[in-house]
Design a protein around this ligand. Structure first.
Ligand code: AMP
Length: 365
């Protein structure tokens, strides 16, 4: 088992990277690891796995099957995850079996509950949307009185891509939103009147930290639609976003790629929307627009390799291909300005991310 600390040697090519989670992020991590000469072993419970299809090995088992987790851990040299909702008990089973887990348990624990995430950010004096926990109808009423309307009611856990959340404009919306929660612990957030949304992708190893240029993100129905780089922000906003991302990574003693999503207000004031302890959809443009992609950066960081450069050589626009949009793959292939990535998913569910396409332009800044 590799011991990654400041004195340990880099993991040699030919070693096996274990990845918890089998989605497209695991697939692209696996592809980047393979390019660097590593083998990958995917662990996920799903019958179909975009990542499992491109890995050397795939264990299909439940995250709470600790015997299977221990066996997987002993078969690999380092363990990482591509999904922030991996149960912390599964992370513990990795370390109890003697495995090295990067990023560590704390990042997972903080990021998988919106309330702990916001409280954690507050403890670092980092601004977020105003928030209040909501565990009852009365608490929702109180939260509205304090934070005002409009507001957003969100499930504390398992919310992503706008799932498990409703915007509340008035009292009627409030009771409908609360009923839809069906008793699930929730958090109410004040609606941030943001000018734009950006994200920072950071890579941190035991030795160094580097930042990619912030991307400007457009969402549709809570799902990321498009990321554009460079973002239309001033240098001071860019620096401040990078400073905040570094502050979080340092505090978590983070190893790997971390994504921090921000709301940028008219004044330039930044509020963190959420953090993702993993490679991120808004960093897919780095595959084509940088010498080292976010996926390679993550693999280098967890393997104890030098990080290389996060420098961007081109402007980029990445667009997600959602549901039926992926059926137009041939149009993208015919366009010589476009780079197409498909995730190998066979079922086209509405709202499902099937792939993405990136357009490059000569660097303008
Ligand atoms: P989330 O899943 O929490 O990242 O939310 C998805 C998207 O919904 C965000 O990227 C924003 O576009 C929007 N959103 C979420 N929370 C807020 C908020 N408190 N104020 C304004 N917009 C929000």
């Amino acid at each position: 088992m590799a011991d990654l600390n400041t004195e340990s040697a880099p993991l040699p090519p030919g070693s096996t990277i274990g990845i918890l989670g089998g989605g497209q992020l695991g697939r692209m991590l696996s592809q980047a690891a393979t390019r660097l000469g590593f083998k990958t072993h995917i662990y996920c419970p799903d019958e179909k796995s975009p990542a499992g299809e491109v890995a050397s090995k795939w264990t299909r088992a439940d995250y709470m099957d600790f015997e299977a987790v221990a066996k997987f851990t002993m078969a690999v040299d380092v363990v990482t995850y591509e999904w922030e909702n991996i149960p912390v008990e599964c992370a513990d089973a990795v370390t109890e079996a003697g495995g090295d887990l990067f990023p560590g348990r704390r990042a997972l624990e903080v990021a998988q509950d919106r309330l702990s995430e916001k409280r954690y950010l507050k403890s670092l004096a980092i601004d977020t949307a105003p928030f209040m926990p909501v565990a009852s109808d009365e608490a929702l009423g109180m939260a509205i009185n304090v934070a005002g309307l409009p507001a957003i009611l969100k499930t504390r856990r398992f919310g992503y891509d706008g799932k498990g959340q409703s915007v509340i404009h008035d009292e009627d919306d409030a009771s409908i939103a609360w009923e839809a929660m069906d008793g699930t612990p929730a958090i109410m957030e004040g609606f941030v009147p943001f000018e734009r949304e950006i994200s920072v992708i950071l890579a941190r190893s035991a030795y160094e930290t580097c930042l990619y240029d912030p991307a400007e993100n457009e969402h549709r129905d809570g799902v990321l639609r498009r990321s554009t780089v460079p973002a239309s922000i001033s240098k001071s906003v860019c620096d401040e976003a990078g400073f905040i991302a570094c502050k979080i990574a340092e505090d978590l003693d983070y190893i790997g790629v971390l994504a921090v999503e921000f709301f940028v207000e008219n004044s330039g004031h930044l509020r963190v929307n959420e953090i993702a302890p993993r490679v991120h959809n808004s960093g897919h443009w780095t595959i084509e627009a940088c010498r080292m992609s976010q996926f390679e950066a993550h693999i280098r960081a967890i393997a104890g390799w030098p990080l290389g450069t996060t420098k961007r050589h081109s402007d980029a626009m990445m667009q997600n291909l959602i549901g039926e949009e992926a059926t137009h793959w041939l149009d993208h292939v015919k366009n010589s300005d476009a780079s197409l990535t498909l995730y190998g998913k066979k079922v086209k569910r509405e709202g499902r991310k099937m792939g993405h396409v990136t357009y490059l332009k000569p660097r303008s800044d």
